[in-house]
Design a protein around this ligand. Sequence first.
Ligand SMILES: *Cc1c(COP(=O)(O)O)cnc(C)c1O
Length: 394
Amino acid sequence: MRDAGAVASSDAFLVPAYARQPVEFVRGEGARLWDAEGVEYLDVQTGLAVNSVGHAHPKVVAAIQEQAAQLIHVGNLFHTAPGEELARRLAQSSLGGRVHFANSGTEANEAAIKMARKAKRGGTIVSVHRGFHGRTYGSLSATPQESKQAPFAPLVPGFVAVPPTAEALRAAIDDETAAVLLEPVQGESGVYELGADVLAAAREACDAHGAALIFDEVQCGLGRTGTLWAYEHAGVLPDLMTVAKALGGGLPIGAVITNERFAAGFEPGDHGSTFAGGPVACRAALAVLDVVQDPALLARVRETGERLRHVLAELPGVVEVRGRGFMLALELAAGRTEPATDLVGRALREERLLLNATGPTTLRLLPPLTITDAELDEALARLARLLDPTQVSQ
Ligand SMILES: *Cc1c(COP(=O)(O)O)cnc(C)c1O
C-alpha cells in the first residue's frame, strides 16, 4: 500500500480516467502479486480476465523473451510466422474460417462490425441491454449503457439495442440487419449468461435475414467458462467471433475469427492496424493457447467452478451466484451497508485479495485458470472473512 501523498504525486500527469487503488504492484507469479513493499496478494481479478494463465507463466515469458530477441515488429506488409500459426490455431479450434488481428477487444469488435456492414452493404447492428463491447465509437455505439454513451454523443448511427430475450431479438432482426452482436456470457455488467434459447433465436433470425451473428468472447472465451469457447455450452455457432483479453497473456492483442462465409471479409485496403498481429504478441498468444487448449485444464475449470458456485452461495449476505467456470458473480443483499466498491478496497487492504465489483451489490471473480486448489481455498477464506458482518472493519 502506498500513502495518499505518494500516490497523488506519482499520478499527477495521468488523465484521471481510472479509479485506482492505492497500491503499486511490482511483481507477479501465478495467482500471486507483490507490492512495492514486498507484501503478497492473491489475485482473483486477473486484470479483468487477462491473466488467465497467471502472472509470469514460464511458457509465456520464454516465448516473449525469445521472440523479442529475434524480431519485434516488421508490419503487416510482410509475412511473419507467429501470426500465421496463431491464425491457424484460432480458426481450427473454432469457426474454421480465417482470422483478422487487432490490438484489443474494442478493435476486434470494430473489425467485426465493419466486416458485417461490408457484407450487407450497410445495415443496422443489433446489440442487447447489459452488453459491453468496448469504448471506441463503433463498439461504444453497441454498448447500450447511458452513463458510458451519453457524455460522448453523437454516437455512430445505425445501432439498435433490445432486451436480451429470444422474442426481442426475433422482433428486432429484419432484412435491414447487418449484424447481431452478443456476449454469450455478459461480463462487464455482472456475469449474465444468455440462454441457449436466446443464442439459437439470434442464429435463426440472422440466417432468415442474411445478417451476421457476432459473438463477443473477449471476456468469456479462451477457457474462462470451462470450455475453450463459451458458445460451446449452447452449441450455437456465430459467423464471427471476437477474442482479446486473455489471448496475449497480458500483451495487447485481439482477433476476429470468421467462419467460411466471412473468410474473405476484408480485401487489401479495407481495414488495418499498424501493430496488429505482431510477432511478440502472437508468440505470447501461442504459449497461452498451449496452456488453455488442454482438456484436463478445461475440465478442472468446469468442475471447480461448479464447486465454487456452491461454496460462494453459502457466504454471508450472498443472495445469488451467477456464471460458470471461473467467470462468476456474487449478488449481495441490497440491504448491506457497505457498497461492493468499498468491499473491493477493504479486500485489498485487509485481506490482500484482488477482486472486482461490477456494481454496488455485485462482486465478480475471475481467478487464473491455473490457480491451485489451495490458493482458491485461501481466496474463499479471505472472502468469507470479508463478508462476515461481525468483522466489519475499524
Ligand atoms: C473488455 C471487453 C471489451 C473491450 O476490450 P478492450 O481490450 O478493453 O478494448 C469488449 N468486449 C467485452 C465482452 C469485454 O469484456
